[in-house]
Design a protein around this ligand. Structure first.
Ligand code: PLP
Length: 342
């Protein structure tokens, strides 16, 4: 017979350590902007459908803000590319910068052609797969700015007033999968296209305080705990300081390795959250990369393999990763370099 108590006890145990690996089943981490910094003319929604749900929700709610039904997209990696593709279903999408052959840089804003009659300008603040992060807020004159902050939410302070909308899936920096935070300015509510599914309609969800449909209670509860933790640990400014320290530890080794470790991303937009790198040479040495991963795994460091579309390694340094965890990776990288550098 299905034994509820057994399931709950197992869940309780595995919340802290899944399969004895010391990884929480929530897979989350903790991050930086404190939710109190949000001005009064914004609503905070807790929705389902993840970041990908917002790829559709953003155009469904906002592309109709202006008659032309067009939107400007900055495409600096996999996630913004997916968002732009989804938006094409609902209106005209303009990629505002020269085409990139690889996702390793952010084109200089002087090369962007923004359309003043666009309904909004969209960008992904941190491209999780490629490790490309904006360290500035794009200037869009009077056009509404929208940002996907799924992988760097609360990892640094953000001036919310510069944005029409910010969203973030909780699972990287503020909790567990299942809830997506949407911070939207009041005057942008009420422009949803008629085809917009009601659960994605920001106005409906705002009026119903995110309770139009059954909310993902457990994920919201966990997020509440994480936000409390962030607040009690110095808020987004403290997270930023930590994240700078952590990412510098890894980039410093890469930069001083004489080409043994190679990060393909331009120094100006290297992510503090996701550090992609190759081992052995620029395109990666297969045998060395395999060995690197095996050695890391033996030391309890897993999930260092880069995304399959990019290859190599990727160290994710979300808020839940401590300075000590990062120092352990840095030590391992230094040792591996010593052992294998010709
Ligand atoms: N946006 C970013 C920056 C992401 O990193 C991800 C997932 O990793 C997504 C969107 C998609 O999120 P979800 O898997 O919650 O749909």
């Amino acid at each position: 017979m299905f034994d509820v108590l057994q399931v709950l006890l197992q869940a309780q145990k595995e919340l802290l350590s899944f399969n004895g690996l010391g990884i929480s089943v929530l897979g989350g981490s903790k991050s930086s902007t404190s939710l109190e910094d949000i001005p009064n003319n914004y609503k905070v929604l807790f929705l389902q459908g993840g970041g990908s749900g917002q790829f559709s929700a953003v155009p469904l709610n906002l592309i109709g803000l202006k008659e032309d039904r067009c939107a400007d997209y900055l495409v600096t990696g996999t996630w913004s590319a997916k968002a732009a593709k989804e938006a094409e279903k609902y209106g005209k999408v303009n990629i505002v910068h020269p085409k990139l052959d690889s996702f390793t840089k952010i084109p200089d804003p002087s090369s962007w052609t923004l359309n003043p009659s666009a309904s909004y300008v969209y960008y992904c603040c941190n491209e999780t797969v490629h490790g490309v992060e904006f360290n500035f807020t794009p200037e869009t004159k009077d056009v509404v700015l929208v940002s996907d902050m799924s992988s760097n939410f609360l990892s640094r302070p953000v001036d919310v007033s510069k944005f029409g909308l910010i969203y973030a899936g909780a699972q990287k920096n503020v909790g567990c999968a299942g809830v997506t935070v949407v911070i939207v300015r009041d005057d942008l509510l009420g422009y949803a296209l008629k085809e917009c599914p009601i659960v994605l309609d920001y106005k409906v969800q705002a009026e119903m305080k995110s309770l139009y449909n059954t909310p993902p209670c457990f994920s919201i509860y966990i997020m509440g705990l994480v936000l409390e933790w962030i607040k009690n640990n110095g808020g987004s400014a403290a997270m930023e300081k930590l994240n700078k320290q952590k990412s510098s530890m890894i980039y410093d080794i890469i930069n001083s390795s004489n080409g043994f470790y190679v990060c393909p991303v331009d120094a100006a937009c290297r992510s503090r959250m996701n550090v992609p790198f190759r081992v052995g040479k620029k395109e990666g040495d297969d045998a060395l990369e395999k060995k690197f991963l095996e050695g890391a795994s033996k030391r309890g460091m897993i999930s260092l393999k880069g995304h399959r579309s990019v290859g190599g390694m990727r160290a994710s340094l979300y808020n839940a990763v401590t300075l000590e965890d990062t120092a352990a990776l840095a030590d391992y990288m230094r040792g591996f370099l010593k052992e294998h550098q010709l």
